[in-house]
Design a protein. Structure first.
Ligand code: PGA
Length: 247
């Protein structure tokens, strides 16, 4: 594991964006596994900026997103499809037919998940997977207790995740209770994993995930076993790490 401590959210975003840029420059037709949430917004802003300056070209890039709420179609403003368009894709030159997000509008979980795994396989797997981490240690929507050996599947969200995501909806009752998510197996098969975390609310779980036991109770802890994991934390998210890692 390569651990990088940044001194601010902006610095974390720029460092993570640098690593994604390197991937796109080294392999212009790469497959990025992208993530939604508050944490990666700054990464996308930085990448858009470099694209506008002519430093990045996404014409041959494919994006396969981590997850989507069950029941929300593309037009829903809280769907992850919509998030990705608004925060990233509509500002760069990625081709629309190179964009994949699980189809939240389709209630047929078996078909959605099987087809999503086939999409990933057809593209030769994911070159670089960007991940945030939930306060309960989830990655994608793999909540505590999720089996490590699953591909894309439907999950029921934990109450803590619903509460954390409520900020984007009118009320807690409006937050979907189910999602389609890439499984831990899919995530672990990515050639490179880039985990980012920001803010004091993530400090304890970051320590547990990276330095605690590897257990389905903390889904992100499996990343300790990934052969090419880079973690970029801002100052606050790194606050609970053992001292030798923050110096
Ligand atoms: P956040 O979400 O970036 O909004 O904190 C992270 C996650 O739940 O994976």
């Amino acid at each position: 594991m390569k651990l990088i401590c940044a001194n601010s959210y902006q610095d974390m975003s720029r460092k993570a964006a640098n690593l994604i840029s390197a991937q796109v420059i080294m392999k212009p037709n790469c497959v990025l596994g992208l993530a939604t949430g508050g944490t990666p917004e700054g990464v996308y802003k930085q990448l858009i900026d470099w694209y506008r300056k002519g430093d990045l070209d996404f014409d041959q890039v494919t994006s396969i997103n981590l997850d989507e709420y069950v029941g929300l179609g593309h037009e829903h403003e809280q769907s992850y499809w919509y998030f990705m368009q608004k925060h990233f894709f509509e500002h760069i030159n990625i081709r629309p037919d190179h964009i994949f997000v699980p189809d939240g509008a389709n209630p047929d979980a078996e078909t959605v998940c099987r087809e999503y795994d086939q999409i990933i396989q057809r593209h030769g797997g994911i070159d670089l997977q960007l991940l945030g981490i939930g306060v309960d240690g989830h990655i994608g929507f793999n909540e505590p207790g999720a089996a490590f050996e699953l591909g894309t599947h439907r999950v029921r969200l934990q109450q803590s995740t619903i509460k954390a995501n409520q900020r984007y909806f009118a009320s807690e009752a409006d937050v979907p209770v189910e999602a389609y998510t890439m499984g831990i197996k899919t995530i672990m098969q990515a050639h490179k994993v880039l985990l980012i975390a920001s803010g004091p609310a993530k400090a304890a779980i970051v320590r547990e995930a990276l330095f605690g036991p590897v257990t389905p109770r903390v889904p992100a802890s499996i990343l300790q076993m990934h052969p090419d994991l880079t973690v970029v934390l801002d100052h606050e998210a790194s606050a609970c790490l053992p001292a030798e890692f923050t110096a």
